[in-house]
Design a protein around this ligand. Sequence first.
Ligand code: FAD
Length: 494
Amino acid sequence: MFYNGFQITDGNRIRTKVCIIGAGVAGITAALALSEAGISVALVESGGLERDAENQSLNIGNNTGLDYLSPGASRLRVFGGTSQHWTGWTRELDDIDFTKKDWIPDSGWPIKKSDLRGHYDQAAQILDLGPKKYTYDFWERLAGKPRFFNTSTIETALIRHSLPTRFGIKYKDTIEKSNRIHCFLNSNLVNLELSKDNHKHIISAHFKTLKGNTFKVEAQHYVLATGGIENARILLNCNTQIKAGLANSSGNVGRYFADHEGSYLGRVAIRSPLINPKTYRTSRISGPDGFQLASATPALKLTEEETRKLRLPNFAAAVIPYMGHDVRWGTPIDAPLGHKEFDIYGSIEPEPCRDSTVSLSDDRDPLGTRRVNLSLAFTRNHSENREKVAYEFARHLSAADAGRVQINVNGKDRDSLMEGMDEYGFHHMGTTRMHENRRHGVVNSDCRSHDISNLYIGGSSVFPTFGYAQPTLTIVALALRIAEHLAITIKASP
Ligand SMILES: Cc1cc2nc3c(=O)[nH]c(=O)nc-3n(C[C@H](O)[C@H](O)[C@H](O)COP(=O)(O)OP(=O)(O)OC[C@H]3O[C@@H](n4cnc5c(N)ncnc54)[C@H](O)[C@@H]3O)c2cc1C
């Protein structure tokens, strides 16, 4: 059921089991899963059903770090969140992404990939990645000859494509008809009030609309799901009871801010017919109605064993036929017969960097909340890592007799082919990181705050290590896991 925040009587108090803040990818996923488990939810969203400039202006902020897309442009304040304009590229994190790598400081998750196995399968359905029968073998057969390039050290990884699923469109009717999900639109979280005695428990969430009316939601549990930048901004802004902000006893809220950067690694002149760039284009299967059933783009990477042996960050590289003009990753182009050159464009895992931050600026938005300041940074190893990856990847391709590689040692110096290629993925990660030790993280392995017993955080802000894969499939999997955990907790409580 939908309610318009503008029409709620000023000072109203709403009681529910779970209050989810933010109706984007994570928030809607968690709300639907809890509702299916028979639990009532207040899902409170800053935006309306349609985009509008006034709501969107709440995202405006500053950028003081690396040249980076402004926080007002890279996410949406609308029902459905940023899924209303995401591109839909998806991949699970690899096993290696969850493990601690002693050559990457602060790396590793406190959970294993197997802890998300069932949630990933469900997440694939939610994101419309297609029937399970479209397996790796299927795409490999479809690619024709020569098949995917796999050696003892290089393998092919599949990036799967969502429609892309727009949560605001796909789930609007379900939520409208639901008796368990009460979705409040145009309503902005401005404070989380803690118990007076020990500050260890949220007693109410305070919301305000752009027309000025306010209301509170009192719940047993709260899920903050406002996106990778906003989760940190909100916690830092909620500082009336604790000066450093909520859930921030470790001082890590807003730190380790990360994104995936695309890097042009080099150009390959094919020596043998082992790799066919045509095999590495995006393939799509459509149903009789012409709609996409499934779609995938293959990419090349080093095997996990080789990545560990060489102590490299994880990465994958797209293979793009060099056509001498502007071509984007995945564009389904047919390379002419006998085509001999292709570009390799990689996404390299960024190292966790504590000095890369989301903080508060002195400017305030119309609700009186301090605006956000982004200062994206990479560790000192970043450019060296890029060079190492380019070199090792080239060495392995040559050793396998796949081709001769011209490495782009200066990752920034891209040729005209790459002009216009997005530098970043707009994958806002790391700002409320997961760690078993409260001194090193903001949430524990259940995505629950170390400091506040009834606060859970949804979204890629909890990622402590980032891999190269796009984050949204993992965001959905984690939101399902939070809902599952809450359902068990609520059912077990008297
Ligand atoms: C152009 C673009 C392309 C992308 N392409 C890809 C891709 O190909 N693959 C991929 O994996 N990812 C991609 N992403 C990233 C992807 O969109 C995000 O990972 C995903 O949307 C994050 O989900 P979320 O639920 O954490 O946040 P969101 O989907 O942003 O949802 C957050 C919600 O919280 C609401 N909110 C914010 N503040 C408040 C408040 N104070 N009170 C109440 N509600 C609030 C917002 O209005 C919003 O609805 C892309 C992003 C962009 C910008």
